[in-house]
Ligand binder design. Sequence first.
Ligand code: NAI
Ligand code: MG
Length: 504
Amino acid sequence: MNTTSELVALTAGVKAFVGQPHEALIDGRWQPARSGKTFEIYDPSSEDVIAHAADCGKEDVNLAVSAARKAFDTGPWSRMTPSERGKILWRIGDLIEANLEEFAQLEALDNGKPIAVARAADVPLAAEMFRYMAGWATKIEGNTIPLSVPYTPDAQYHAFTRKEPIGVVAQIIPWNFPLLMAAWKLAPVLATGCTVVLKPAEETPLSALRLARVCMEAGLPPGVLNVVTGFGESCGAPLAAHPGVDKVAFTGSTEVGRLIVKAAAHDLKKVTLELGGKSPNIVLDDADVEAAIQGAASAIFFNHGQCCCAGSRLFVQEKIYDQVAEGVTRFAASLRLGPGLSPGTQMGPLVSQTQFERVNGFLTSAREQGAKVATGNASSRTFKGGFFVEPTVIENTNDSMRVYQEEIFGPVVTVSRFKDVDDELIRRANDTVYGLAAGIWTRDISRAHRIGNRLRTGTVWVNCYNIFDASLPFGGYKQSGWGREMGHEVLRNYLETKSVCMSI
Ligand code: NAI
Ligand code: MG
């Protein structure tokens, strides 16, 4: 197996930032948890403790929600013009870009993702998300609507809709793209004029805390963005259930998604959810085989498979099955594993001990259920420490195996053979509780459209995979979620429509 271990030198800014106490941001002030408690932050490449963060609980959540409410009801934010909001968002984008290396290093250190990927994708995409939403701040418009009220034949009306911010929003995000998930959530919510309490994942709070500093530096008034760090049950749950919160936007596991819905049910808060996936990636027998092999491998091994839209079920048409399965296996074996901070790393560790154990549990179950594990040494602890799992290709599965049915969230792909497209493939591709994304590899544009139209997924990539843009909506059918991230569609998540009817 290939490995690499030489690390980039941390910038002075990163060293200073990581070394300081990490507090919550409430009403524009950094403060420790009321309880005084902190929790440890690990580098998943080495398992070393690198920092401590405030272990916020219910009391901190209460203060953060009150601050967000005050800022929404009475603060300068509520009096700002959309253009002024847009300028702040643009400045946030500029500041992310100006601090690109620092953000990339924090992501690599805290999450374990390859620094080269963080530099090229996570950080620039986060900056672009704020810039894209900066433009929308001035374009949130209602309509004028001609009325035909049957019981007032002689009356005339001037009727119109206003799009108003929904209020105080709780945003709970995961650890797989810590900065980007914060950007996907914060940029639109700020464009609409809402106020926020953000809870980053306990595994990876550093870049969101750094981003909060950037937001303040860009001129966001106190209380508009509050950040509480802490665990799901003790910090996320009271936030999701808080009566002062108007809306919860969540990204994470489908299991916790259900808990969020329950927590919000009491006072019928609005909820949007971006949840799990088990996305089919389909290679048809007329595909450019080399491109499909590369694409299929990247679709699953990107971010170590820790992507909600990972192409985790690879379907290959009979005629080219052996060639593609072999190619993906070869690609898997060629990937260089290493610490996030090593410039040569193509795949880093999983984010935590829990994820490491979860993924290994899936590999054990695959073996027990009789699948062929074509590469990957299940629980390979390649380095002195770190939660490394080798890229793994699994063949000879059947459609009822756990590895085929459940979201693994690791660098593990099942490869299945299919014969017939119309009945067999479409049925199997859609035979999952999830519906987040799908890939199709073919040279036949008409087959691509026809198959794509029948897939019950929020995204279809044709001859590409994992292509994201701030302008392109992303989200799930079925149990993959409610609502969409990005594009102008995401603004709906944070707006109410007010109809105004005036007799004239
Ligand atoms: P999780 O859903 O528990 O964590 C995501 C966020 O939710 C974190 O900020 C966490 O603190 C918070 N959270 C946890 N319990 C909560 C509760 N009761 N109320 C409010 N917030 C709560 O995900 P976890 O445990 O880290 O990963 C488990 C599995 O979830 C993964 O193996 C993967 O299958 C899936 N997942 C999916 C993601 C996606 O992007 N859709 C991201 C992360 C995980
Ligand atoms: Mg969890």
